[in-house]
Write a protein that binds this ligand. Structure first.
Ligand code: SF4
Length: 358
């Protein structure tokens, strides 16, 4: 591999020089700034024979199609990684052939990345209907493996992505198989196009509770955005970002805070939707706290972890720190320790829910 130079092209995209069939060639590396650091987030191919009605790469849309030749994506990624531009790879693809072939090509490209020396984060988003043996191969080379469910039910999928096959057999089946094989929920992910099928939050919360229970630990909600020229564009309004934020919070409350799914379902309105936040800072946890005045005040000197994490402003780590702090402090000294653990802003939020000695 040769790397002759790099320069910023525009925010989130860089150009690197890599060896191709005709000598050194310029390649673009799309960079996504994730919370875990910069990722190269890319499709192996934008050619696709599916008809997902929200997607600009569906077979009905006239857009330029590109495909990375075998090995070239791995070389471009490695060049960007060696220059410190990216710290991980997220690889997906349009369905340019049968699912086994496409998923196999993705796994092969991830293997090349490993062979070029990269030991960091690789995520593979596999195809509908990926066979079990390839799911296992993917788990052998990638840190995280997923299959997009797109919609929370078979009828929702039939409406927005009819050619993707059976929701239960082709999407949920490989996803749950990956979860069983991985035995670590953090290694298995899925994504849903939020609002594209006109579905309710009740459907999403119910599905998320099931997925978390079966070992799928990472669930992304991508708010539906109409793309001109796609069949859904005139039929569905865009989904507001706050809806995705509420559902992501619902997942975190069930997964990390031990919330019973029923507490979240109790917050739904008559239409089966979570309430729109009253202010930019209001969280789903605030809403649930309002519905359960009987939970408060929580006494930090006697409460268990699961009671502490129900206090707005107290997260799982802070709850554990408070439990440790009270082994050494009581009364006003414990109040001071709680204040120090939470910091001024979170303490102000939590205080009305806490029983304090002053
Ligand atoms: S399979 Fe993926 S790339 Fe193809 S149309 Fe559907 S969402 Fe778009």
């Amino acid at each position: 591999m040769a790397v002759a130079g790099v320069r910023a092209w525009r925010w989130g995209r860089y150009r690197v020089l890599v060896e191709g069939a005709g000598g050194l060639e310029v390649e673009e590396v799309p960079v996504y700034r994730s919370s875990g650091g910069p990722l190269m987030k890319v499709l192996l191919s934008s050619a696709c024979m599916m008809d997902c009605r929200y997607c600009p790469f569906s077979r009905y849309c006239r857009v330029p199609r590109e495909r990375w030749p075998p090995g070239k994506l791995a070389r471009a990624f490695t060049a960007a990684w060696q220059m410190g531009l990216v710290g991980g790879l997220f690889l997906s693809s349009g369905l340019y052939g049968d699912p086994e072939r496409v998923a196999g090509d993705m796994v092969e490209e991830a293997r090349r990345v490993r062979e070029l020396g990269f030991r960091g984060y690789i995520a593979l988003r596999l195809m509908p209907g990926t066979p079990k043996w390839l799911v296992r191969e993917a788990l052998g080379v990638a840190d995280r493996v997923g299959v997009n469910l797109e919609a929370p039910s078979p009828s929702g999928l039939a409406e927005i992505a009819p050619s993707k096959g059976s929701w239960s057999l082709d999407l949920l089946g490989p996803l749950l198989y990956a979860a069983r094989e991985a035995r670590d929920p953090r290694r298995v992910s899925t994504q849903l196009v939020l609002g594209a099928a006109g579905e309710t939050d009740e459907e999403h919360v119910t599905l998320a509770a099931r997925l978390l229970g079966e070992g799928v630990g990472v669930i992304y909600y991508s708010p539906y955005t109409p793309v001109p020229g796609t069949p859904l564009a005139r039929r569905r309004p865009p989904t507001p970002a706050w809806r995705a934020r509420l559902l992501s919070e619902a997942v975190a409350l069930m997964r990390d805070y031990g919330y019973d799914p029923r507490w979240i379902l109790d917050a739904l309105d008559d239409r089966g939707m979570l309430p729109r936040p009253r202010s930019p800072g209001e969280t789903l946890k605030d809403v649930i706290a309002r519905l359960h005045p009987e939970w408060y005040p929580v006494d930090p000197s006697t409460a268990g972890w699961s009671e502490l994490v129900r206090v707005p402003g107290i997260g799982p780590k802070a709850a554990s720190r408070i439990l440790r702090a009270r082994e050494a402090a009581r009364g006003a000294r414990l109040d001071a320790a709680v204040k120090a653990i939470l910091g001024p802003a979170r303490y102000r939020r939590a205080r009305r829910y806490l029983h304090t000695t002053h």
